[in-house]
Design a protein around this ligand. Structure first.
Ligand SMILES: Nc1nc2c(ncn2[C@@H]2O[C@H](COP(=O)(O)OP(=O)(O)OP(=O)(O)O)[C@@H](O)[C@H]2O)c(=O)[nH]1
Ligand SMILES: [Mg+2]
Length: 224
C-alpha cells in the first residue's frame, strides 16, 4: 500500500496552541494515547518505535506519524512492521507543529488506534516549543551524544515526562557517565522517569514497554 506523504508549505495557518488543544480533544475522544518522541538526529527514535510496535502489536493497535525534513524512509520501515503510518515532510522545517498533526490525524484510522507515536524531526531545540496535542513527551538521548547535553539543551529535558538513555550497549567504548547524567536531568526535572535502554540489544526495554502499557490502559479507562 502506498504511504500517505504530507508536504507542508507555508499556507497552513492557525495558532499552534489552539490547534494542539483540538488535536488533544480528538485523541481523547478516541481514547488514543499519543506520545511525542523527540531527540537529535540518529539517537534512535525510529528504532525505538519499531521495537515498541514489534513488542506491543499483538495487544494494541498502533499508529505512527513520522516527521522528517524530507523522505519517507522511516515511514516505510514502520509500514513494514504492520502499523498505520503517515509521513510528514516539513520541507526544511526543524519541528512538527499542531497543524501538521491535524493533517496527519485526518489520514489515520483513529477508530482503530490505541497508541499513537509521533516521531518529531531530529532536533534538540525547536520541537519542545510546539505542543502537538500529545499526552506524553519522551526525550531520547543516546550515549555518543555525550552526558553534557542537559546543560546545553535544558528545555528538552526539563519538559519531558520520560527520558530514555539509548545505545547503552556502547558504554564500554564511551566515557558517558550515566549516573551523573541522571542527576543533572532529575535536577532540571524532578518528576521525570528515566530508562536506560538499548534498541540494539533490547536491554532495559521491558520497563519502557510496561510504562507504555500502563499509559494505554489508563487512557482506555478515562472518562471523555
Ligand atoms: N549501537 C546501537 N545503535 C543503535 C541503537 N539504537 C539505534 N541505533 C542505530 O542508530 C542509528 C540511528 O537510529 P534511528 O532509529 O534511525 O534514529 P532516529 O532518531 O530515528 O534518526 P532520525 O530519524 O534520522 O532523526 C541506526 O543505525 C540504528 O541502528 C542502540 O541502542 N545501539
Ligand atoms: Mg527516525
Amino acid at each position: 500500500m502506498s504511504i500517505k506523504v504530507i508536504t507542508i508549505g507555508e499556507d497552513i495557518l492557525g495558532t499552534n496552541e489552539a490547534k494542539a488543544k483540538s488535536n488533544l480533544n480528538r485523541l481523547d475522544h478516541h481514547r488514543i494515547l499519543a506520545i511525542n518522541i523527540m531527540s537529535s538526529p540518529g539517537a534512535g527514535k525510529t528504532s525505538l518505535i519499531l521495537k515498541s510496535i514489534n513488542r506491543l502489536k499483538s495487544k494494541f493497535r498502533i499508529a505512527v506519524i513520522e516527521g522528517d525534513v524530507a523522505s519517507s524512509i522511516d515511514a516505510e520501515k514502520v509500514q513494514q512492521q504492520g502499523a498505520a503510518v503517515v509521513q510528514i515532510n516539513t520541507a526544511g522545517g526543524c519541528h512538527l507543529d499542531a497543524n501538521m498533526i491535524e493533517s496527519a490525524l485526518n489520514n489515520l484510522p483513529l477508530e482503530d488506534t490505541d497508541l499513537l507515536f509521533i516521531e518529531n524531526v531530529g532536533n534538540l531545540i525547536c520541537p519542545v516549543e510546539f505542543a502537538l496535542g500529545e499526552h506524553r513527551r519522551v526525550m531520547l538521548l543516546s550515549l555518543p551524544e555525550g552526558d553534557d547535553k542537559p546543560y546545553k539543551y535544558p528545555a528538552m529535558f526539563a519538559d519531558a515526562d520520560v527520558v530514555l538513555i539509548n545505545k547503552i550497549d556502547l558504554k564500554p567504548y564511551l566515557d558517558f557517565d550515566i549516573d551523573a547524567f541522571q542527576k543533572i536531568v532529575t535536577g532540571l526535572n524532578p518528576k521525570v522517569r528515566i530508562f536506560p535502554i538499548s534498541c540494539q540489544t533490547g536491554e532495559g526495554l521491558e520497563a519502557w514497554f510496561s510504562w507504555l502499557e500502563t499509559g494505554i490502559k489508563d487512557k482506555k479507562n478515562q472518562q471523555v
